[in-house]
Design a protein around this ligand. Structure first.
Ligand SMILES: Cc1cc2nc3c(=O)[nH]c(=O)nc-3n(C[C@H](O)[C@H](O)[C@H](O)COP(=O)(O)OP(=O)(O)OC[C@H]3O[C@@H](n4cnc5c(N)ncnc54)[C@H](O)[C@@H]3O)c2cc1C
Length: 467
């Protein structure tokens, strides 16, 4: 009998070095498999990008992570990052919504909903009635807005759900699928009927198990610490930057799948290499373009081109403290579409995590665009600043020009799990079934939050190890 050391087993390719791909590559490496990680750009991390400049800490893409996923906590510990974790400041527990041009505290619990000036007496009475709902099977998916209207009425949808959805998906609650965009809430309804009772039951269960409430966190040097540490933990030569994979050609047969990957190196020369399995950790717009199969013209994932994506632009603005009248005592604010403002939301970045602005200064991250105002995501920085200044003055009492500014635009960056999303999931599943040894996941399929992507990376790696 011939024993093969694990590291001599044929290697596995991971395509895409965002959080999904990096997590998958790390898992494969720690399981003793040879792995090669291909990344089209010149850096790892995907949309996670942190910059430190002139005493400011700027997050270009995602700003924070929600804790509560044990695998992610373990991964952070394995990478030696636990000591660098920073949790949201206590003040960031407050969140604001805009209602009739004014900031109103966002209700953070069912009790707070009952006393909130955001909701009329009629809506509050509906909340009490919602507690009596019993589980009932649903034959079909429905929009998130329709789902929430059934439970709480249209006022709550307009004033609270709509801005919340902007904050997560930069999308439209009337189009997003309740089942796919928020599967946890969908399942809560299936089990409990009432969402308010479900939430109370989840809190009771957490307390009984001695689990603390999940916290918002980042790292002392920003979110990019995570991809940097994941990449540094991989063996030398494992990460191939500036390598956009264009083609996957099957080379195996029967029960022994194999793949040849083609990419073009920075000198413009086409390169190939062979792998036992391939993990595609790519967003839908990248999956669409891949030639997969013996036929170079085959684009089995081309249908994903129809998956709507939100484009967003952010302005990171630094001010002297005396330029902003509002105490900025919170995570930030979100604005319902009914308010017809240019801004989707503002993160009070220097309140959220300590040490993110020079002494005596504050930082705001202003989010714009989304499916609501895609035109704003295409504006040049000066024009965008001009477009948001009156909102900032009115809502936060911001005066004068920012003394520090960074602009980031993300085109087609956030997938919308709209009604009918199952047809895209079906196309991905079919592609995997038709192509043994190919595993696909990440934000197009597994959820858009960073913990979802980390969990997807681990799952993909486990499937590739098993399959
Ligand atoms: C502006 C913005 C703000 C967000 N805010 C938050 C937040 O605060 N909290 C949160 O939890 N989530 C947030 N998200 C969502 C979250 O950041 C993403 O869903 C997640 O980072 C996606 O990770 P990924 O690895 O799946 O994809 P990506 O990060 O997109 O990585 C994919 C990688 O694949 C590479 N690639 C593409 N094509 C090829 C190819 N052909 N060959 C090789 N490589 C290729 C790309 O260059 C990229 O590096 C935000 C997203 C955006 C855009």
């Amino acid at each position: 009998m011939i024993f093969v050391a694990k590291s001599e087993l044929p290697s596995i390719a991971v395509v895409g070095a965002g959080l999904t791909g990096l997590t998958a590559a790390h898992r494969l490496h720690t399981a003793g498999r040879r792995v090669r990680l291909f990344e089209a750009s010149g850096r790892v991390g995907g949309v996670i990008q942190t910059e430190r400049a002139e005493g400011w800490l700027v997050e270009a893409g995602p700003n924070s992570l929600r804790g509560g996923l044990p695998e992610l906590t373990r991964l952070i510990a394995e990478l030696g990052l636990t000591g660098t974790v920073v949790t949201a400041e206590p003040a960031a527990k407050n969140r604001y919504l805009v209602h009739r041009g004014q900031l109103v505290a966002a209700p953070g619990s069912p009790q707070a909903l009952l006393s909130s000036p955001l909701l009329s007496f009629g809506t509050k009475a509906r909340l009490a009635a919602e507690l009596l709902r019993r589980p009932q099977p649903r034959a079909a998916d429905l929009s998130l807005a329709a789902f929430a209207r059934e439970h709480f009425g249209s006022e709550l949808v307009e004033r609270a759900l709509d801005p919340f959805v902007s904050g997560v998906f930069a999308g439209d609650a009337e189009k997003l699928s309740a089942r796919h965009a928020f599967p946890v809430i969908w399942e809560m309804e299936q089990k409990h009927g009432s969402l308010l009772r479900a939430q109370a039951a989840a809190a009771r269960e957490r307390r009984a198990e001695g689990r603390p409430p999940s916290q918002i966190f980042s790292f002392a040097d920003g979110l990019a610490s995570l991809p940097r540490a994941l990449s540094a933990a991989l063996p030398t030569g494992c990460v191939e930057l500036n390598a956009a994979i264009t083609r996957l050609t099957p080379t195996g047969s029967g029960s022994t799948p194999g793949w040849q990957l083609t990419w073009t190196n920075p000198a413009g020369v086409a390169q190939t290499d062979e792998f036992a399995r391939v993990i595609l950790a790519l967003p839908a717009p990248a999956l669409v373009k891949l030639a997969i199969g013996a036929d170079a013209a085959a684009r089995p994932l081309s249908t994903l081109v129809e998956m709507e994506h939100a484009s967003v632009a952010s302005l990171y603005l630094g001010f002297r403290r005396d330029q902003v009248a509002h105490p900025l005592d919170g995570f930030g604010l979100l604005i319902p579409s009914a308010e017809k403002r240019a801004v989707l939301g503002v993160i009070f970045s220097s309140t959220l995590f300590a040490g993110r602005a020079p002494e005596g200064h504050v930082a705001l991250t202003v989010m714009t665009g989304g499916t609501r105002r895609p035109d704003l995501a295409a504006l040049a920085p000066d024009a965008l600043l001009a477009a948001v200044q009156s909102d900032l003055a009115m809502l936060l009492g911001v005066r004068g020009e920012p003394m520090f500014l960074r602009h980031h635009a993300w085109q087609r960056a956030i997938p919308q799990y709209n009604l009918g999303h199952e047809r895209f999931l079906g196309a991905i599943t079919r592609c995997e079934t038709d192509h043994p040894g190919l595993f696909i996941g990440g934000q197009a399929r597994d959820g858009i939050g960073l913990p979802d992507c980390a969990a997807a990376g681990l799952r993909l790696a486990d499937k590739a190890l098993a399959g």
